[in-house]
Design a protein around this ligand. Structure first.
Ligand SMILES: *Cc1c(COP(=O)(O)O)cnc(C)c1O
Length: 382
Protein backbone atom coordinates (compact mmCIF):
# COMPACT_ATOMS: atom_id res chain seq x y z
CA UNK A 1 0.00 0.00 0.00
CA UNK A 2 1.36 3.46 -0.94
CA UNK A 3 2.54 5.65 1.92
CA UNK A 4 0.66 8.74 3.05
CA UNK A 5 2.33 12.05 2.16
CA UNK A 6 -0.05 14.02 4.39
CA UNK A 7 -1.30 13.49 7.95
CA UNK A 8 -4.78 14.41 6.82
CA UNK A 9 -6.36 14.16 3.39
CA UNK A 10 -9.19 16.61 2.83
CA UNK A 11 -10.68 15.32 -0.42
CA UNK A 12 -13.63 17.67 -0.56
CA UNK A 13 -14.07 19.80 -3.68
CA UNK A 14 -12.70 22.84 -1.83
CA UNK A 15 -11.56 23.66 0.78
CA UNK A 16 -8.79 21.24 0.01
CA UNK A 17 -5.22 20.33 0.93
CA UNK A 18 -3.40 23.64 0.68
CA UNK A 19 0.30 23.12 -0.08
CA UNK A 20 2.55 23.99 2.90
CA UNK A 21 4.44 26.51 0.75
CA UNK A 22 1.22 28.46 0.19
CA UNK A 23 0.19 28.34 3.85
CA UNK A 24 3.64 29.69 4.74
CA UNK A 25 2.77 32.74 2.64
CA UNK A 26 0.25 33.83 5.27
CA UNK A 27 2.52 33.79 8.30
CA UNK A 28 3.83 37.32 7.96
CA UNK A 29 1.75 40.26 9.21
CA UNK A 30 1.52 43.00 6.62
CA UNK A 31 0.44 46.60 6.69
CA UNK A 32 -2.61 46.91 4.38
CA UNK A 33 -1.27 50.23 3.08
CA UNK A 34 2.32 48.99 2.81
CA UNK A 35 4.12 48.46 -0.47
CA UNK A 36 4.42 44.72 0.17
CA UNK A 37 0.67 44.10 0.40
CA UNK A 38 -0.07 46.51 -2.44
CA UNK A 39 2.42 44.69 -4.68
CA UNK A 40 0.85 41.32 -3.81
CA UNK A 41 -2.63 42.65 -4.65
CA UNK A 42 -1.38 44.04 -7.97
CA UNK A 43 0.46 40.80 -8.79
CA UNK A 44 -2.57 38.62 -8.07
CA UNK A 45 -4.87 40.81 -10.16
CA UNK A 46 -2.41 40.77 -13.07
CA UNK A 47 -1.93 37.02 -12.91
CA UNK A 48 -5.68 36.36 -12.87
CA UNK A 49 -6.09 38.40 -16.05
CA UNK A 50 -3.10 36.71 -17.64
CA UNK A 51 -4.63 33.27 -16.95
CA UNK A 52 -7.85 34.08 -18.81
CA UNK A 53 -6.44 36.30 -21.59
CA UNK A 54 -8.20 39.30 -20.09
CA UNK A 55 -5.45 41.91 -19.88
CA UNK A 56 -6.68 44.02 -22.78
CA UNK A 57 -10.40 43.70 -22.21
CA UNK A 58 -11.14 42.90 -18.57
CA UNK A 59 -10.40 44.00 -15.01
CA UNK A 60 -9.84 41.87 -11.93
CA UNK A 61 -11.70 43.06 -8.83
CA UNK A 62 -11.05 41.43 -5.47
CA UNK A 63 -13.53 41.39 -2.61
CA UNK A 64 -13.40 40.13 0.96
CA UNK A 65 -15.44 36.92 1.40
CA UNK A 66 -15.91 33.51 -0.17
CA UNK A 67 -16.41 33.12 -3.92
CA UNK A 68 -20.20 33.45 -3.64
CA UNK A 69 -19.74 37.00 -2.32
CA UNK A 70 -18.25 37.76 -5.72
CA UNK A 71 -21.27 36.22 -7.45
CA UNK A 72 -23.72 38.33 -5.47
CA UNK A 73 -21.54 41.41 -5.94
CA UNK A 74 -21.53 40.72 -9.68
CA UNK A 75 -25.31 40.46 -9.84
CA UNK A 76 -25.85 43.58 -7.72
CA UNK A 77 -23.17 45.68 -9.38
CA UNK A 78 -23.31 44.69 -13.03
CA UNK A 79 -26.96 43.96 -13.87
CA UNK A 80 -28.99 47.00 -14.87
CA UNK A 81 -32.36 47.56 -13.19
CA UNK A 82 -34.32 46.18 -16.16
CA UNK A 83 -32.21 43.02 -16.47
CA UNK A 84 -33.81 39.60 -16.60
CA UNK A 85 -31.36 36.83 -15.81
CA UNK A 86 -31.58 33.28 -17.17
CA UNK A 87 -29.85 30.83 -14.85
CA UNK A 88 -28.82 27.39 -16.09
CA UNK A 89 -29.78 24.92 -13.38
CA UNK A 90 -28.43 21.45 -14.12
CA UNK A 91 -26.96 20.72 -10.73
CA UNK A 92 -26.54 21.95 -7.16
CA UNK A 93 -24.40 24.98 -7.93
CA UNK A 94 -26.65 26.14 -10.75
CA UNK A 95 -29.41 26.14 -8.19
CA UNK A 96 -27.23 28.15 -5.83
CA UNK A 97 -26.75 30.78 -8.56
CA UNK A 98 -30.53 31.01 -8.75
CA UNK A 99 -30.83 31.38 -4.97
CA UNK A 100 -28.25 34.17 -4.88
CA UNK A 101 -29.88 35.97 -7.82
CA UNK A 102 -33.30 35.80 -6.18
CA UNK A 103 -31.92 36.97 -2.83
CA UNK A 104 -30.36 39.92 -4.66
CA UNK A 105 -33.86 40.70 -6.02
CA UNK A 106 -32.78 40.03 -9.59
CA UNK A 107 -35.61 39.24 -12.00
CA UNK A 108 -34.64 35.59 -12.45
CA UNK A 109 -35.80 32.79 -14.73
CA UNK A 110 -34.30 29.33 -14.97
CA UNK A 111 -33.40 26.83 -17.64
CA UNK A 112 -33.82 23.66 -15.61
CA UNK A 113 -32.26 20.57 -17.10
CA UNK A 114 -31.20 17.17 -15.78
CA UNK A 115 -27.58 16.56 -14.77
CA UNK A 116 -27.15 14.92 -18.17
CA UNK A 117 -27.27 15.12 -21.14
CA UNK A 118 -25.39 18.41 -21.42
CA UNK A 119 -27.45 21.47 -22.41
CA UNK A 120 -27.74 21.83 -26.17
CA UNK A 121 -28.03 24.93 -28.31
CA UNK A 122 -31.65 23.95 -28.99
CA UNK A 123 -32.38 23.82 -25.23
CA UNK A 124 -30.98 27.29 -24.79
CA UNK A 125 -32.60 28.83 -27.86
CA UNK A 126 -35.97 27.42 -26.89
CA UNK A 127 -35.73 29.10 -23.47
CA UNK A 128 -34.61 32.41 -24.99
CA UNK A 129 -37.27 32.34 -27.73
CA UNK A 130 -39.93 31.72 -25.08
CA UNK A 131 -38.91 34.79 -23.10
CA UNK A 132 -37.63 37.75 -25.15
CA UNK A 133 -37.24 39.83 -21.98
CA UNK A 134 -34.15 37.87 -20.99
CA UNK A 135 -31.13 40.19 -21.11
CA UNK A 136 -28.42 38.16 -19.32
CA UNK A 137 -27.44 34.55 -18.69
CA UNK A 138 -25.36 32.86 -16.01
CA UNK A 139 -24.07 29.30 -15.72
CA UNK A 140 -21.47 27.22 -13.92
CA UNK A 141 -18.51 26.24 -16.06
CA UNK A 142 -17.79 23.18 -13.92
CA UNK A 143 -20.92 22.07 -12.03
CA UNK A 144 -19.23 20.68 -8.93
CA UNK A 145 -22.47 19.09 -7.72
CA UNK A 146 -21.97 16.39 -10.33
CA UNK A 147 -18.60 17.04 -11.97
CA UNK A 148 -20.04 18.04 -15.35
CA UNK A 149 -18.24 20.55 -17.57
CA UNK A 150 -20.91 22.78 -19.10
CA UNK A 151 -20.64 24.13 -22.69
CA UNK A 152 -19.63 27.73 -21.90
CA UNK A 153 -18.50 28.36 -25.50
CA UNK A 154 -21.97 27.54 -26.84
CA UNK A 155 -23.60 29.93 -24.32
CA UNK A 156 -21.10 32.64 -25.30
CA UNK A 157 -21.84 32.13 -28.98
CA UNK A 158 -25.59 32.45 -28.43
CA UNK A 159 -25.03 35.47 -26.16
CA UNK A 160 -23.03 37.21 -28.90
CA UNK A 161 -25.57 36.39 -31.59
CA UNK A 162 -28.44 37.74 -29.52
CA UNK A 163 -26.64 40.61 -27.81
CA UNK A 164 -27.15 39.16 -24.33
CA UNK A 165 -24.92 39.56 -21.30
CA UNK A 166 -23.15 36.49 -19.93
CA UNK A 167 -21.68 35.66 -16.54
CA UNK A 168 -19.82 32.46 -15.74
CA UNK A 169 -19.27 30.79 -12.37
CA UNK A 170 -15.78 29.37 -12.91
CA UNK A 171 -15.33 29.02 -9.17
CA UNK A 172 -14.56 25.31 -9.29
CA UNK A 173 -12.24 25.11 -12.27
CA UNK A 174 -10.44 28.43 -12.83
CA UNK A 175 -6.70 27.73 -12.87
CA UNK A 176 -7.37 24.23 -14.22
CA UNK A 177 -9.82 24.43 -17.10
CA UNK A 178 -8.94 27.23 -19.52
CA UNK A 179 -11.29 30.11 -20.19
CA UNK A 180 -10.56 32.90 -22.69
CA UNK A 181 -12.60 35.88 -21.52
CA UNK A 182 -11.63 38.06 -24.49
CA UNK A 183 -12.66 35.47 -27.08
CA UNK A 184 -15.87 34.62 -25.21
CA UNK A 185 -16.56 38.30 -24.52
CA UNK A 186 -18.07 37.51 -21.10
CA UNK A 187 -19.24 40.23 -18.74
CA UNK A 188 -18.03 38.51 -15.60
CA UNK A 189 -16.25 35.39 -14.42
CA UNK A 190 -16.35 34.36 -10.76
CA UNK A 191 -13.29 32.67 -9.29
CA UNK A 192 -12.23 31.08 -5.99
CA UNK A 193 -8.70 31.05 -4.62
CA UNK A 194 -9.47 27.74 -2.93
CA UNK A 195 -10.13 25.32 -5.76
CA UNK A 196 -7.72 24.87 -8.68
CA UNK A 197 -5.59 27.79 -7.46
CA UNK A 198 -5.00 25.72 -4.28
CA UNK A 199 -4.86 28.67 -1.89
CA UNK A 200 -6.80 29.43 1.29
CA UNK A 201 -10.39 30.75 1.25
CA UNK A 202 -11.23 34.34 2.15
CA UNK A 203 -11.24 36.40 -1.02
CA UNK A 204 -13.69 36.52 -3.93
CA UNK A 205 -12.06 37.06 -7.31
CA UNK A 206 -14.15 38.59 -10.08
CA UNK A 207 -13.04 39.20 -13.64
CA UNK A 208 -15.21 41.83 -15.24
CA UNK A 209 -15.35 43.18 -18.79
CA UNK A 210 -13.97 46.71 -18.59
CA UNK A 211 -16.86 48.36 -20.44
CA UNK A 212 -19.41 46.54 -18.28
CA UNK A 213 -17.58 47.60 -15.12
CA UNK A 214 -17.29 51.23 -16.20
CA UNK A 215 -21.00 51.33 -17.03
CA UNK A 216 -21.88 50.08 -13.54
CA UNK A 217 -20.71 53.11 -11.55
CA UNK A 218 -23.14 54.06 -8.78
CA UNK A 219 -25.52 51.19 -9.53
CA UNK A 220 -24.87 48.78 -6.67
CA UNK A 221 -27.45 49.02 -3.86
CA UNK A 222 -24.93 47.53 -1.42
CA UNK A 223 -22.03 49.44 0.07
CA UNK A 224 -19.62 46.57 0.58
CA UNK A 225 -20.48 44.54 -2.53
CA UNK A 226 -19.96 47.39 -4.99
CA UNK A 227 -17.45 46.07 -7.52
CA UNK A 228 -17.04 49.39 -9.30
CA UNK A 229 -16.30 51.27 -6.06
CA UNK A 230 -13.80 48.63 -4.95
CA UNK A 231 -12.13 48.65 -8.37
CA UNK A 232 -11.94 52.44 -8.51
CA UNK A 233 -10.40 52.60 -5.05
CA UNK A 234 -7.89 49.89 -5.93
CA UNK A 235 -6.93 51.67 -9.16
CA UNK A 236 -6.40 54.94 -7.32
CA UNK A 237 -4.69 53.74 -4.13
CA UNK A 238 -3.54 50.17 -4.79
CA UNK A 239 -5.31 49.30 -1.55
CA UNK A 240 -8.76 47.91 -0.66
CA UNK A 241 -11.71 49.93 0.58
CA UNK A 242 -12.01 48.07 3.90
CA UNK A 243 -9.47 46.03 5.85
CA UNK A 244 -8.08 43.58 3.31
CA UNK A 245 -7.45 39.90 4.16
CA UNK A 246 -3.70 40.52 4.14
CA UNK A 247 -2.80 36.97 5.24
CA UNK A 248 -5.11 35.43 2.64
CA UNK A 249 -3.52 37.61 -0.03
CA UNK A 250 -0.03 36.61 1.16
CA UNK A 251 -0.98 32.99 0.53
CA UNK A 252 -2.62 33.77 -2.81
CA UNK A 253 0.51 35.58 -3.98
CA UNK A 254 2.52 32.41 -3.36
CA UNK A 255 -0.24 30.30 -4.95
CA UNK A 256 0.09 32.35 -8.15
CA UNK A 257 3.88 31.83 -8.22
CA UNK A 258 3.38 28.12 -7.67
CA UNK A 259 0.73 27.91 -10.39
CA UNK A 260 3.07 29.63 -12.84
CA UNK A 261 5.95 27.36 -11.83
CA UNK A 262 3.83 24.27 -12.49
CA UNK A 263 3.34 25.55 -16.04
CA UNK A 264 -0.10 27.15 -15.68
CA UNK A 265 -3.58 25.74 -16.06
CA UNK A 266 -2.80 22.99 -18.61
CA UNK A 267 -0.17 21.12 -16.59
CA UNK A 268 -2.18 21.61 -13.40
CA UNK A 269 -5.25 19.99 -14.93
CA UNK A 270 -3.05 17.17 -16.25
CA UNK A 271 -1.83 16.49 -12.71
CA UNK A 272 -5.45 16.35 -11.54
CA UNK A 273 -6.33 14.10 -14.46
CA UNK A 274 -3.63 11.61 -13.50
CA UNK A 275 -4.94 11.46 -9.91
CA UNK A 276 -8.53 11.25 -11.15
CA UNK A 277 -7.59 8.39 -13.51
CA UNK A 278 -6.08 6.37 -10.67
CA UNK A 279 -9.20 6.88 -8.60
CA UNK A 280 -11.81 6.27 -11.32
CA UNK A 281 -10.05 3.23 -12.82
CA UNK A 282 -9.27 1.82 -9.38
CA UNK A 283 -12.84 2.07 -8.12
CA UNK A 284 -14.30 0.77 -11.40
CA UNK A 285 -12.08 -2.30 -11.07
CA UNK A 286 -13.74 -2.81 -7.69
CA UNK A 287 -17.23 -2.68 -9.14
CA UNK A 288 -18.07 1.01 -8.59
CA UNK A 289 -19.79 3.10 -11.23
CA UNK A 290 -19.20 6.78 -11.82
CA UNK A 291 -22.19 9.11 -12.06
CA UNK A 292 -20.82 10.49 -15.34
CA UNK A 293 -19.26 9.06 -18.45
CA UNK A 294 -15.64 10.24 -18.69
CA UNK A 295 -16.13 12.47 -21.74
CA UNK A 296 -18.34 15.02 -19.93
CA UNK A 297 -16.54 14.85 -16.58
CA UNK A 298 -14.10 17.50 -15.44
CA UNK A 299 -11.19 15.76 -13.69
CA UNK A 300 -11.23 17.83 -10.53
CA UNK A 301 -13.79 15.68 -8.75
CA UNK A 302 -15.24 12.21 -9.25
CA UNK A 303 -18.76 11.18 -8.25
CA UNK A 304 -19.56 7.50 -7.62
CA UNK A 305 -22.83 5.69 -7.05
CA UNK A 306 -23.14 4.20 -3.59
CA UNK A 307 -22.47 0.45 -3.65
CA UNK A 308 -25.56 -1.73 -3.68
CA UNK A 309 -24.71 -3.52 -0.42
CA UNK A 310 -26.87 -3.56 2.73
CA UNK A 311 -23.78 -2.99 4.88
CA UNK A 312 -23.06 0.33 3.14
CA UNK A 313 -24.01 3.73 4.43
CA UNK A 314 -22.22 6.95 3.60
CA UNK A 315 -22.00 7.80 7.30
CA UNK A 316 -20.23 4.53 8.14
CA UNK A 317 -17.90 4.83 5.14
CA UNK A 318 -17.12 8.47 5.93
CA UNK A 319 -16.35 7.61 9.58
CA UNK A 320 -14.14 4.65 8.60
CA UNK A 321 -12.22 6.89 6.17
CA UNK A 322 -11.87 9.62 8.78
CA UNK A 323 -10.28 7.10 11.16
CA UNK A 324 -7.70 6.63 8.41
CA UNK A 325 -7.03 10.35 8.13
CA UNK A 326 -9.07 10.86 4.96
CA UNK A 327 -12.21 12.95 4.57
CA UNK A 328 -14.58 12.39 1.65
CA UNK A 329 -17.78 14.19 0.68
CA UNK A 330 -21.40 13.09 0.30
CA UNK A 331 -23.33 13.58 -2.95
CA UNK A 332 -25.36 16.72 -3.41
CA UNK A 333 -29.15 16.74 -3.47
CA UNK A 334 -29.06 16.84 -7.25
CA UNK A 335 -27.17 13.55 -7.27
CA UNK A 336 -28.54 11.49 -4.40
CA UNK A 337 -27.06 8.10 -3.58
CA UNK A 338 -23.56 9.11 -4.54
CA UNK A 339 -20.31 10.13 -2.88
CA UNK A 340 -17.69 12.51 -4.19
CA UNK A 341 -13.94 12.69 -4.07
CA UNK A 342 -12.03 15.83 -5.00
CA UNK A 343 -8.56 15.55 -6.52
CA UNK A 344 -7.62 19.26 -6.38
CA UNK A 345 -5.01 20.46 -3.92
CA UNK A 346 -1.61 19.12 -2.95
CA UNK A 347 -2.17 15.67 -4.42
CA UNK A 348 -0.31 13.48 -6.89
CA UNK A 349 -0.97 9.98 -8.26
CA UNK A 350 0.83 8.30 -5.32
CA UNK A 351 -1.60 9.97 -2.93
CA UNK A 352 -4.54 8.54 -4.83
CA UNK A 353 -2.98 5.05 -4.75
CA UNK A 354 -2.81 5.47 -0.98
CA UNK A 355 -6.40 6.74 -0.80
CA UNK A 356 -7.65 3.86 -2.96
CA UNK A 357 -5.96 1.32 -0.70
CA UNK A 358 -7.50 2.95 2.37
CA UNK A 359 -10.94 2.99 0.74
CA UNK A 360 -10.82 -0.77 0.16
CA UNK A 361 -9.71 -1.23 3.75
CA UNK A 362 -12.48 1.00 5.08
CA UNK A 363 -15.15 -0.76 3.00
CA UNK A 364 -13.98 -4.12 4.30
CA UNK A 365 -14.09 -2.78 7.87
CA UNK A 366 -17.74 -1.74 7.55
CA UNK A 367 -18.64 -5.09 5.98
CA UNK A 368 -19.00 -4.13 2.31
CA UNK A 369 -17.77 -6.92 0.06
CA UNK A 370 -15.49 -6.16 -2.87
CA UNK A 371 -16.02 -6.02 -5.72
CA UNK A 372 -19.25 -4.18 -4.98
CA UNK A 373 -22.23 -4.80 -7.19
CA UNK A 374 -23.05 -1.95 -9.54
CA UNK A 375 -25.84 0.34 -8.44
CA UNK A 376 -29.04 -0.26 -10.42
CA UNK A 377 -29.91 1.65 -13.56
CA UNK A 378 -27.80 2.57 -16.55
CA UNK A 379 -29.32 5.88 -17.57
CA UNK A 380 -27.00 8.41 -16.04
CA UNK A 381 -29.45 11.24 -15.61
CA UNK A 382 -31.62 12.40 -12.74
C1 LIG B 1 -17.24 25.72 -4.47
C2 LIG B 1 -18.16 26.32 -5.44
C3 LIG B 1 -18.87 27.50 -5.14
C4 LIG B 1 -18.90 28.11 -3.76
O1 LIG B 1 -17.88 28.92 -3.48
P1 LIG B 1 -17.74 29.55 -2.01
O2 LIG B 1 -16.29 29.89 -1.94
O3 LIG B 1 -18.15 28.49 -1.03
O4 LIG B 1 -18.62 30.72 -1.92
C5 LIG B 1 -19.64 28.06 -6.15
N1 LIG B 1 -19.74 27.50 -7.34
C6 LIG B 1 -19.09 26.35 -7.67
C7 LIG B 1 -19.27 25.77 -9.04
C8 LIG B 1 -18.28 25.73 -6.73
O5 LIG B 1 -17.65 24.60 -7.02
Amino acid sequence: MAEARHDFYLLTPGPLIVPAEIKAGMVRDRNPGGSDHIAITRGVRDYMLELCNGRDTHECVLLQGSATYGVEAGFLSLLPADARLLVLVNGFYGNRLREVAEAARVDTVTLELPNLPLPTRADLERALDADPKITHMVLCQAETGTGVLNPVEMFAEVARERGLGLMVDSVACFGGVEIDVAALDVDAVFVSPNKCLESVPGVAITIVKRSTLLASEGRCPSGVLDLHAQWKFMQETGNWRWTPPTHVMGALGVACERHRREGGSGPRLERYRRSWRVLVDGLRQRGFRTLLPDDVAVPIIATFHDPDDPAYSFAAFHAAMLRRGIEIFPGRLTAMGTFRIGVMGDLVEEDMVHVLGQMCDALEEIGVRLPVSAAPGDVETV
